[in-house]
Design a protein. Structure first.
Lengths: 163, 173
């Protein structure tokens, strides 16, 4: 029964998310996911169930736990939905163009510069870098994130970011 | 309530086990972090499956055991995404380059990172995953696995009314 409830709860959240996106996509997507889908909705569910249902609190917590993990996985996949992956697009392009292509021709068609420029603007919008007359400066917030990632890479023993 | 706490403790222990194994493999081998993570996760999964069988036979509580396993698998997927993000994210690469130089012009950054190497990196990654093959100067699609696996992403983009970026210039014909 718990599994069915989690699945139904997740489907409801996804339908709600699709409706919001089709009507008006929020500007700060991750903050929206965090506030409404990972905190707001489970809290509302917990309150409603505590009032109207005779389920034990343990059962409700299990349902919330299952939902949180399922939706967090979706949020991580969402990044791939919103922003194109060049690797996946390369595979798709090859598949639709005879599965074979000259490497130089393929490289000349890739818009790496455009992809990087978009991401620079996103980093600037989110306050991680400052972009002034074509020059990029790291901000306090950006520096903190870069240091955190560096620490995590040291802990995980990851040698380099390929990008 | 006690069972809920047991599940949480089990989850934390499995995470720790998986991460320690992953770090050890990263220190010893020269494999990509993603490969090491998949191996360490598979070993962790074996423990999860053992727990599942144990719960099923002794506790007679198949639903909670299944729920626990699902949460563990999702949890491992979340850590995998985090590892993936640390190694392949374009934005983190840009951020680390800017943090390293403190100040850099947009053009310098694009020259440093956005040249042929940016695309070659992706070719290498796809080659190591056996998705493409390079013969002289020709790129050949070797497997359609990623093509089919990525289809839901393109469908979801359509459902959510998102445009995506134009990463490859289309042919005129």
């Amino acid at each position: 029964m718990n599994l069915i409830t989690i699945a139904l709860f997740f489907v409801f959240a996804i339908v709600f998310h699709i409706l919001v996106w089709r009507l008006h996509r929020p500007h700060r997507v991750h903050a929206w996911f965090f506030l409404y889908m990972l905190i707001g909705l489970p809290l509302l569910y917990l309150v409603l169930l505590t009032i109207f249902s005779d389920h034990s609190i343990y059962n409700n917590l299990l349902i919330i736990l299952g939902y949180e993990f399922l939706f967090t996985s979706y949020v991580l996949i969402y990044a791939a939905i919103e922003q194109s992956s060049l690797s996946l697009d390369l595979i798709r392009y090859l598949k639709h163009n005879g599965k074979k292509m000259l490497a130089d021709d393929l490289i000349s068609r890739c818009r790496a510069e455009g992809m990087i420029k978009i991401r620079i603007r996103q980093l600037a919008d989110e306050g991680f870098v400052e972009l002034e007359s074509g020059r990029l400066k790291i901000t306090q917030k950006g520096n903190s994130l870069a240091n955190f990632i560096q620490k995590m890479r040291n802990i995980f023993k990851i040698r380099n970011i390929d990008g | 309530m006690i069972l809920f706490l047991v599940i949480l403790c089990g989850l934390v222990s499995l995470n720790l086990f998986s991460v320690v194994l992953f770090v050890a493999m990263n220190s010893i081998t020269k494999n990509t972090p993603q490969y090491n993570f998949i191996i360490s996760s598979l070993l962790t999964m074996l423990i999860v499956i053992s727990f599942y069988i144990y719960s099923f036979t002794l506790l007679q509580d198949i639903e909670n055991a299944f729920l626990f396993c699902s949460v563990c698998i999702l949890n491992i997927f979340i850590i995998f995404q985090f590892v993936n993000l640390m190694t392949t994210s374009i934005r983190l690469k840009i951020l680390s380059l800017v943090a390293e130089k403190k100040e850099i012009s947009e053009k310098e950054l694009i020259d440093l990172y956005g040249g042929k190497g940016f695309i070659e990196n992706r070719f290498k990654r796809l080659e190591s995953l056996s998705q493409i093959e390079r013969q002289n100067n020709t790129i050949i699609l070797k497997s359609e696995l990623f093509y089919w696996l990525s289809q839901p992403i393109y469908v979801a983009r359509h459902i959510l009314n998102l445009k995506g970026e134009e990463t490859i210039k289309k042919r005129a014909d």
